[in-house]
Design a protein around this ligand. Structure first.
Ligand SMILES: [Fe+2]
Ligand SMILES: [Fe+2]
Length: 180
């Protein structure tokens, strides 16, 4: 289902997720599993993603209708559940939420989100900053930085929109970290 590059990215996400799981008290094997499967729907066309979503009872949000690419996590989770038979709700949530983040998300989801964004083959300049924060044990700072990068990237890229869910998640974490 994936090009060679995307497959390598998935393997790297799985391995880095495994490492982060070990480091941050999340079951590394669940992080690996979500990591290897997170992008199985990434190369579907917009039309096919919308079709699959409808078939699976996923109701697209406004942003997802405008930019169906945003659905590839949720569609992947339904494929993984129905076609591979994985029933682990935490793993399915991590696959579903890796695109935009999710309010009140579990640590496993956060680990997989970060592994996807900054696995070692990701070479955009800010990825390194996030990896360094993770090495230092600054998990929440790394997560905030990664969400910030995602929002800026979406805003600066033609054809993308800033997903409100990512903004809500960013604000949740920023608020928790704010010093008064
Ligand atoms: Fe993805
Ligand atoms: Fe990915």
């Amino acid at each position: 289902m994936l090009s060679e590059d995307r497959f390598e990215h998935s393997v790297s996400t799985a391995r880095y997720g495994f490492e982060l799981g070990n480091q941050y008290g999340v079951d590394p094997e669940r992080a690996f599993l979500a990591g290897i499967l997170h992008d199985v729907a990434r190369e579907f066309s917009s039309g096919y993603l919308l079709l699959q979503a409808r078939k699976e009872g996923i109701i697209p949000r406004k942003e997802e209708k405008i930019c169906p690419f945003l659905l590839h996590g949720k569609v992947a989770a339904s494929i993984v559940e129905k076609e591979i038979g994985i029933k682990d709700k935490g793993v399915l949530d991590a696959i579903a939420s890796h695109v935009t983040g999710r309010r009140q998300w579990a640590k496993l989801e956060q680990v997989v989100y970060l592994a996807d964004k900054v696995e070692p083959t990701r070479d955009y300049p800010k990825a390194d900053t996030v990896r360094r924060l993770l090495e230092k044990g600054e998990f929440d700072c790394a997560l905030l930085e990664s969400l910030r990068n995602a929002i800026i990237y979406a805003a600066q890229t033609r054809g993308r929109i800033v997903d409100t869910e990512t903004v809500v998640v960013f604000n949740e974490i920023a608020k928790a970290q704010a010093r008064y």
